[in-house]
Design a protein around this ligand. Structure first.
Ligand SMILES: [Zn+2]
Length: 79
């Protein structure tokens, strides 16, 4: 029981995710810093220990700027 509570809480707090849209490892895309060209996958943000602002957006490890989320281009076409 306890472990499910922990996992659910982690998932809810790590991304703003809609159910059923996760990939194999739960990644929905990556965060980019346009200035530095740094890319961090959403599932790696917490693992790397990046700080987040109050909206949950991680900050660049190099310049401390806000990072931009870009969804992974999967099978869905945005055209
Ligand atoms: Zn940066």
């Amino acid at each position: 029981m306890g472990i499910f509570d922990t996992v659910t809480g982690f998932l809810e707090s790590s991304t703003e995710r809609a159910p059923g849209t996760a990939g194999d490892d739960g990644s929905e895309g990556s965060y980019w810093c346009d200035d530095c060209g740094v890319r961090v996958r959403d599932v790696d943000v917490d693992e790397k220990g990046l700080p987040r602002d109050n909206k949950g957006t991680p900050r660049c490890p190099d310049c401390d700027g806000r990072m931009r989320f870009e969804r992974a281009s999967g099978t869905g076409c945005a055209c």
